[in-house]
Design a protein around this ligand. Structure first.
Ligand SMILES: *Cc1c(COP(=O)(O)O)cnc(C)c1O
Length: 384
């Protein structure tokens, strides 16, 4: 059996090596490192793939979130609601811009922001909501968009983990994750579903005016050379990263299918295990139906229900099976984001999840033998 890795970037590289190497050497020859033709070509190709009017490439996913918030003109003291159970980047940029982060609890089945908790947290100061499409599936966007409309709020999708996932509304309309809110941010960090070979990110929007504003902000607030109309930042996707992304974008659906295949094998093996909860999709299909593309499994995350999560992590380590705990500490308990408004009783789900979750190896190169070994090792340990 091949050595099991949490993420196997090398295996994937080997399969696209010729194309990647030749595009990179070409860039080295032309030296168009910044804003070269590759960046523009990638932007257009991603717009087509997503079915969105504007993609604005930038330096990383955290910048993408920050620039999206800057572009919406949010001001000091404005409240921005997001999930307590996510990667810190989401709340970090809110705080960095001197906006007021408001963390709310999540749904125990999807791990995504709980729309009921979200609506309860709205005050006259609330200006925006940042739903995070955690682990690869969209938050409950029908309800979130309705709440946003009712209270006149912006919706900024954090799509760093769900590129390529679809969202089907109650009326049957199906769109790509990241094209539903007013604006969305994504990351091309190497381990993301569409990853480059360094840092990279992008902002998406269907709003022409906002897109124009954002294109200036990423480039020092310039709309005309050496005329700085707004305070901007320097946030660029470089040509080499764009070339890597251009090679991988046409394969993204196939990559996501492989992740779904792995997820399906995992979930099948865990069927009937009362101490193991497999991830649920919004359709309630537990990730094992063959047709559903609503989940792209950035992470495959179990809940261990018998209090043995930490012991399992240790055991897997001894067996040479890598795993991760995303995320071990709720954001409302992180030193940087403590706030006296937060009461423990407001976060029952997140407080529980941080003790139960474990993410298993998930990438495009997993094989059945590895999955069999991983699932059998877990099942034996949990039933011991
Ligand atoms: C990865 C990630 C980000 C940040 O992306 P970077 O490119 O690492 O800055 C933001 N939000 C979520 C949910 C992420 O997973």
């Amino acid at each position: 059996m091949k050595k099991i890795q949490m993420v196997d970037l090398n295996g994937q590289y080997q399969s696209i090596k010729e194309q990647i190497n030749s595009s990179i050497s070409q860039i080295l020859e032309t030296t168009a490192f910044i804003n070269g033709p590759e960046v523009h070509a990638f932007q257009k190709e991603l717009e087509t793939y997503l079915g969105v009017k504007h993609v604005i490439p930038c330096a990383n996913g955290t910048d993408a979130l920050q620039i999206a918030m800057m572009g919406l003109g949010l001001e000091q003291g404005d409240e921005v609601i997001t999930a307590d159970f996510t990667f810190a980047a989401t709340v970090e940029v809110i705080a960095l811009l001197k906006l007021t982060p408001v963390l709310v609890d999540v749904d125990p089945d999807t791990f995504n922001i709980d729309p009921v908790a979200l609506e309860k947290a709205i005050t006259p100061k609330t200006k925006a909501i940042v739903p995070v499409h955690l682990f690869g599936q969209c938050a409950n966007m029908d309800v979130i968009m309705a709440i946003a409309k009712k209270h006149n709020l912006f919706v900024i999708e954090d799509n760093a983990q769900a590129i390529g996932a679809t969202h089907t509304s109650a009326d049957g309309t199906k769109v790509m994750a990241g094209t539903i809110g007013h604006v969305a941010a994504t990351s091309f960090f190497p381990s993301k579903n569409l990853g480059c070979y360094g840092d990279g990110g992008a902002i998406f929007t269907n709003d022409d005016d906002l897109a124009h504003t954002l294109r200036g902000i990423v480039n020092h607030g310039m709309y005309e050379r050496y005329h700085h109309d707004v305070v901007g930042v320097n946030s660029r996707l470089d040509s080499i990263q764009a070339a890597v992304l251009r090679a991988k974008l046409p394969k993204l659906d196939a990559y996501n299918n492989k992740r779904r295949d792995a997820a399906r094998s995992y979930s099948k093996a865990f069927q009937g295990q009362k101490n193991i909860r497999v991830p649920k999709t919004v359709n309630g299909c537990e990730g094992i139906c063959d047709t559903c593309d609503c989940h792209v499994f950035h992470q495959y995350t179990l809940r261990i229900m018998n209090g043995q999560r930490d012991a399992l992590v240790q055991h897997l380590g001894l067996k040479g099976i890598p795993c991760g705990v995303y995320y071990p500490i709720p954001l409302h308990r992180q030193k940087a984001y403590l706030d006296e408004r937060y009461k423990e009783a407001d976060f029952p789900v997140t407080n529980q999840l941080v003790k139960e979750v474990i993410s298993l190896p998930m990438h495009t190169e997993l094989d059945e033998e590895q999955i069999e070994f991983i699932t059998q090792t877990i099942i034996e340990f949990i039933n011991d």
